[in-house]
Design a binder for this molecule. Structure first.
Ligand code: GDP
Ligand code: MG
Length: 286
């Protein structure tokens, strides 16, 4: 039996969370175009007959801007202790740049094998993949380099096989049926936040956090917290249209998580400066 931990590192937005979901075959992490969608470390688990791969999906590397992003970077740094392998993710759509090199320097200094995934190859014409692979190959002394698309699942099987090969002998850390360390409540909160992220822009997505208040047999109630009255106005929308839309997009996924139909009640509230409140950050698992 092989098992172990893989840290998934990279700049914001390169598709780390989408890739973790693809490798696990379950949506354990939410994804969006908004940088900083992933705020805490989330374990995603993939199982085979004689192996278990525990992937640590992480916030992207970035310069901290406030207490929230500072905590996020501490999380990233702390997550490199005791990993067996690092999966360094870069995007095929963008030039390999200073941000990627910054992450690469950090992960190649850890002394564990590094596999590089060049993600989003579905967005490239065939001839361009080779040159992007060449550029990624300059990042450091990697164990393997994989072109993949987390979206179309192209190359995912080969990447998973390679990761498994690098795992040491070990037990199953998570029971077979469990694909993540997040509680059902946290997963519901994240699904609601994802839909809110998809429907808002500018500074609003960064000001949103979600707390699940109650998970009942028939009703799930969650608070969508923002920092100002004007953000609340945006999230509620005209005659409640926006919050209704968030709810109707989130509900099918919430029902799938719970295994039965529910009424999803979303209440928008203002919680000034929650991003600077240590207590709030602790409640978010940071
Ligand atoms: P993270 O910040 O690195 O975790 O990135 P996410 O997983 O949240 O993805 C960022 C954006 O890139 C989202 O809009 C994803 O849908 C998109 N994305 C991720 N992987 C792929 C891919 O393989 N192909 C394409 N076209 N888009 C992708
Ligand atoms: Mg992410």
């Amino acid at each position: 039996m092989r098992s172990g931990f893989v840290a998934v590192a990279g700049r914001p937005n390169v598709g780390k969370s989408t890739l973790v979901n693809a490798l696990c075959g379950d949506k354990v992490a939410i994804t969006s175009r908004v940088p900083n969608t992933t705020r805490r470390r989330i374990f995603g688990v993939a199982n085979g007959p004689d192996w278990q791969l525990v992937l640590a999906d992480l916030p992207g590397f970035q310069r901290p801007m406030d207490a929230l992003t500072e905590k996020m970077q501490e999380t990233v740094d702390g997550s490199f202790e005791d990993v067996d392998v690092v999966l360094l993710v870069v995007s095929a759509r963008d030039r390999i740049g200073a941000g990627d090199r910054f992450v690469a320097r950090r992960v190649f200094s850890l002394g564990v094998p590094v596999i590089i995934a060049v993600n989003k190859i579905d967005r490239l014409k065939h001839g361009h993949v080779a040159s992007q692979m060449k550029a990624a190959a300059t990042l450091g002394d990697f164990h393997a380099l994989h072109p993949v698309s987390a979206l179309t699942k192209d190359g995912i099987g080969a990447l998973r096989d390679d990761l498994v090969q690098l795992l040491p002998e070990g037990p199953r850390y998570f029971p077979l049926e469990q694909t993540t360390d997040l509680t059902t409540g946290s997963r519901i909160a994240e699904v609601v936040r994802e839909k809110a992220l998809h429907l808002t822009r500018d500074e609003v997505p960064h000001a949103i956090t979600v707390e699940v208040d109650e998970i009942g047999d028939k009703v799930v109630r969650a608070f969508v917290l923002v920092e100002t009255e004007s953000q609340k106005g945006i999230l509620v929308g005209k005659k409640g249209a926006m919050i209704r839309e968030i709810g109707s997009r989130a509900r099918p996924e919430v029902e799938k998580l719970l295994g039965h139909p529910v009424f999803l009640e979303l209440v928008v509230k203002v919680r000034p400066k929650w991003r600077r409140d240590p207590k709030m950050l602790e409640r978010l698992g940071l």
